[in-house]
Ligand binder design. Structure first.
Ligand code: MLT
Length: 230
């Protein structure tokens, strides 16, 4: 699915889903899981997040609107904020513009993994151990295609190209990944969201989010909660 709008609840109910929001939600989620957060609850709206906090003052509120910290929240959406000191043993409730929306949309699947470049190898290993068909859901940008998510989907397609039958969209993502792989950082740096993040001071985030296989963590979203498999 190039965007969450392509996700069909009925068609994919027996699939495993891999949700990708490279810049930055699934990179931050992988970082939070790698740094020992107890659980992470993705929600669609600020109101839902605030309601959960009202019932449990110990939780950390996290996420962004227009890339920036939401007033009254503890953490924004920069992976640099999800340090062990901040998140270890914590419950995090996160709402972001596209990433958490994609996760909640894909929750009709059997099992949902959160993937970014940083944990691509770990997600690949998890998928190799299971039999389900897999749907990759790119979070995109407000219902539109996004370059970085499609390239990350293409990386996954590439890693399964010898063992799985790829759909036409997966083949297209794979071809794009092969074309861009040698110069991923400069090419993704040209994307609209990377440019926007740079304009609001998050250039380092873009660089971190494009590192590959730095975190050996598998965030799994089941029954409304993301927890880490290591
Ligand atoms: C999103 O979910 O739209 C993002 O992760 C936006 C961002 O914080 O860069």
């Amino acid at each position: 699915c190039f965007t969450p709008n392509d996700f069909d609840d009925e068609k994919y109910s027996k699939y495993s889903a891999v949700v990708i929001d490279v810049l930055r939600a699934t990179t931050s989620i992988a970082t939070a899981c790698a740094n020992g957060c107890k659980e992470l609850i993705p929600v669609r709206t600020v109101a839902e997040a605030n309601k959960l906090k009202a019932n449990n003052p110990d939780i950390l509120l996290a996420g962004e609107r227009e890339g920036l910290l939401i007033p009254g929240f503890n953490l924004g959406n920069s992976p640099f904020e999800y340090t062990r000191e901040q998140v270890a043993s914590k419950t995090i409730v996160m709402t972001t513009t596209n990433g958490t929306l994609a996760l909640t949309k894909a929750s009709a699947a059997q099992k949902v993994y959160a993937m970014a470049f940083v944990n691509a190898a770990a997600i690949t290993s998890a998928l190799q151990l299971q039999q389900d068909d897999v749907v990759i859901v790119c979070a995109g940008s407000e219902g539109r295609f996004s370059l970085e998510d499609t390239l990350c989907a293409g990386l996954l397609a590439e890693r399964f190209s010898k063992t799985a039958k790829l759909s036409d969209t997966a083949l297209a993502a794979q071809a794009m990944y092969r074309d861009f792989a040698a110069e991923l950082l400069p090419r993704v740096a040209e994307s609209s969201h990377a440019s926007y993040l740079r304009s609001i001071g998050f250039e380092q985030d873009v660089m971190l989010c494009l590192q590959q296989d730095t975190l050996s963590v598998i965030p799994v979203f089941e029954n409304g909660i993301i927890t880490a498999w290591h």
